[in-house]
Design a binder for this molecule. Structure first.
Ligand code: PLP
Length: 400
C-alpha cells in the first residue's frame, strides 16, 4: 500500500453518524423531507447570536483587508486572548492572563494539540470515560498514544471510580472528561469532580508522575438546571479544551482554544509544547476573522432555551411512550436505552420507521442510542407517533 493503512481506513470509511446523515438525505428525496426524522448529527439548530454577523459586517467594512485576513500570531491575537481571559475571570473568579490561552480551530484541534503535546512515548495512555465522543480514539491513536476506556455508569452517567482507578498506572498521561456530555447529556456534579481530583492527586503521588485532566467543554454554556463546575478550580493539572462551535453555533468556522493555567506543573513548558503541537500539526493559526469577531461576542450564546424546549419535548414524549431515557442536564443529546440488547439492530428497526438515531456502540456504551435534539421542534412532535410504533413493535401490542 502506498499510503498509510490507518489514514486510508479513516478517510475511506465514513463514521456511523455521517453514514446515517447521508442516508437521511437520500431517504428525504424519496419520501419527503417532512417524513424523515433525522436525529443523527450534532449540528447546532439555533442561529448564531446577532452579534456574530453584525461584528463580522462591521469588521469587513471598517478594517483594512490585510489586517483582517492576514496571519495572526500562532497562539492567537493578544487582544482576543485578553478578552477570553477577562471573560473567564469575571465568570469564575480566576486570574488567567492572555498567555494562558492558545487559540485553535475548535475543540477537535484543541484536543489533538493536547494529546500531541503530552505524548512522550508509544506507551503513554489517555483514559476516556464511556460514553465518549468517538473521535477521542482517533485523535489519541493519531499521536501514537493508547486510548484506555472506562465503562459507563449507566445509572447516573457520572464516573465509575472503581473502574477508573483500576486503569490508572504509571503510563497514564491524562484523563479526558466531557461535561456536559456528548452523548449522555449528563453534567458531572461537583462531587464527581472533587472525587476525580482526589483520585488523580493520590495516583500522582503513588506513581510520582503527572496526570493531566483534559476537560473537553464545547457544551459548557448549554446547561439547563445545573451548574457546570469549572475544573481548573478543583485539580491543578487541568487543561481545558474549548470551542465556540456549539455556544455560538459556529461549527463550520473552526474556532476555540486550549487553556493552560499557571497551576499546571511546568505550565510554560506545557504551553510551549501545545504551541509546538499546533505547529507540527500544521494549524499555523486559527481563522483571523473569527478571532477578531470573538473580542466583541465572547459570553454571548444562541437561544439556549430553544434547546431546553426540545429537551423537554423529546424527553417527556419518549418517557410517556415507555422508553427508558436519561434526562439530559446539558448539551443537546438524549440518551435512550435500546429496546433490544443490540443497539445496532435497534437502530436498523428505527430506520424502518424513518427514525434516524445513532447506536452508542461507537460511544463505548452498548445497548444505548443517542438522539440529537438540535433539530426543529416541529420535527420532534411529528416523530413521536413513529417512536410509538417502534415501541409497539417490541412490546407486542398493536396500535390502538
Ligand atoms: N468534543 C465533543 C464532545 C464534541 O461533541 C465535539 C463536536 O461535536 C467536539 C469535541 C469537536 O468540536 P469542534 O467543532 O469544536 O471541533
Amino acid at each position: 500500500m502506498v499510503v498509510s493503512e490507518k489514514m486510508y481506513e479513516l478517510g475511506s470509511k465514513r463514521s456511523a453518524i455521517r453514514e446515517l446523515f447521508e442516508y437521511g438525505k437520500q431517504r428525504a428525496a424519496v419520501v419527503g423531507v417532512e417524513n424523515v426524522y433525522d436525529f443523527s448529527i450534532g449540528n447546532p439548530s439555533i442561529p448564531a447570536p446577532d452579534c456574530v454577523n453584525e461584528t463580522i459586517r462591521d469588521l469587513t467594512e471598517h478594517l483594512d483587508s490585510l489586517s483582517l485576513h492576514g496571519y495572526t500570531s500562532a497562539q492567537g491575537d493578544v487582544g482576543t486572548r485578553e478578552a477570553i481571559a477577562e471573560y473567564l475571570n469575571k465568570e469564575h473568579g480566576t486570574s488567567f492572563r492572555a498567555d494562558n490561552f492558545y487559540i485553535t480551530m475548535g475543540a477537535a484541534a484543541s484536543l489533538s494539540i493536547c494529546f500531541k503535546a503530552l505524548t512522550c512515548s508509544n506507551e503513554d495512555e489517555f483514559i476516556i470515560i464511556a460514553p465518549f465522543f468517538p473521535e477521542y480514539k482517533v485523535f489519541i491513536e493519531a499521536v501514537g498514544a493508547i486510548p484506555v476506556i472506562v465503562p459507563a455508569d449507566t445509572k447516573e452517567f457520572q464516573i465509575r471510580f472503581d473502574e477508573l482507578e483500576k486503569r490508572i498506572n504509571p503510563h497514564t498521561k491524562g484523563v479526558v472528561i466531557n461535561s456536559p456530555n456528548n452523548p449522555s447529556g449528563a453534567i458531572y456534579s461537583e462531587e464527581t469532580i472533587q472525587k476525580l481530583a482526589e483520585l488523580l492527586n493520590r495516583k500522582q503521588e503513588e506513581y510520582h508522575t503527572q496526570i493531566f485532566l483534559i476537560a473537553d467543554e464545547p457544551y459548557r454554556e448549554i446547561a439547563y438546571d445545573t451548574k457546570v463546575p469549572f475544573v481548573t478550580q478543583y485539580y491543578a493539572n487541568t487543561l481545558v479544551c474549548y470551542s465556540y462551535s456549539k455556544s455560538l453555533s459556529l461549527p463550520g468556522e473552526r474556532i476555540g482554544w486550549v487553556l493552560v493555567p499557571d497551576e499546571v506543573c511546568d505550565s510554560r513548558m506545557v504551553y510551549a509544547a501545545c504551541a509546538g503541537a499546533g505547529r507540527a500539526l500544521g494549524y499555523v493559526c486559527a481563522p483571523s476573522l473569527m478571532q477578531k469577531m470573538l473580542v466583541k461576542c465572547i459570553g454571548q450564546t444562541g437561544d439556549i432555551d430553544a434547546y431546553r424546549a426540545n429537551r423537554d419535548l423529546i424527553y417527556e414524549g419518549l418517557t410517556k411512550i415507555g422508553y427508558h431515557c436519561h434526562k439530559p442536564q446539558g448539551a443537546f443529546y438524549l440518551f435512550v436505552q435500546a429496546l433490544e440488547e443490540d443497539a445496532d439492530a435497534f437502530c436498523e428497526k428505527a430506520k424502518e420507521e424513518d427514525l434516524l438515531v445513532v447506536s452508542a456502540n461507537g460511544f463505548g456504551c452498548p445497548g444505548w442510542v443517542r438522539i440529537s435534539y438540535c433539530v426543529d421542534g416541529e420535527m420532534i412532535k411529528r416523530s413521536l407517533p413513529a417512536f410509538e410504533r417502534l415501541y409497539r413493535r417490541y412490546n407486542g401490542t398493536t396500535e390502538g
